[in-house]
Unconditional design. Structure first.
Length: 140
């Protein structure tokens, strides 16, 4: 019975971890906006949540079938953060620059604020759910 009440909290706690990791990646992009040759990264939230919740059949993996489009291609390996095996994707380059830096500060700031708002809403949901469980236990 208790497990059924906390399933939602478990899901949202995993979402919180993914959001925090995405915030870290976006902050790293903003910090390296003037670094020559820096390539912006991002976390695919849908794939990261599928991996975090154990749904290995993510939409992208199901579409691609493998990590390369040709058997002679070498699969890319990327650094992973705290997500436990979720690779970071490269953010699409919208403003070509002479020094090879692919960070678009406007897009990164927008992503940062959007992710912060979603992080806060997840925290509020967890807080509200915990208050609901507490009031049910107290009989109020």
């Amino acid at each position: 019975m208790f497990a059924q009440m906390t399933n939602s909290l478990d899901f949202h706690s995993k979402a919180l971890v993914v959001r925090a990791e995405r915030q870290r990646v976006i902050a790293s992009n903003i910090a390296n906006a003037d670094t020559p040759g820096y390539v912006a990264r991002d976390v695919n939230f849908r794939e990261a949540m599928a991996n975090a919740t154990g749904n290995s059949a993510s939409p992208v993996a199901a579409r691609m079938g493998s990590s390369t489009s040709n058997s002679k291609h070498i699969p890319l390996t990327s650094s992973t953060g705290e997500l436990g095996g979720n690779p970071l994707a490269y953010a699409p380059q919208t403003q070509p620059s002479m020094d090879g830096n692919s960070v678009d500060l406007d897009r990164e700031r927008s992503n940062f604020v959007d992710n912060a708002v979603r992080y806060e809403s997840t925290l509020r949901f967890i807080n509200g759910h915990a208050k609901t469980i507490l009031s049910a236990i107290q009989g109020q």
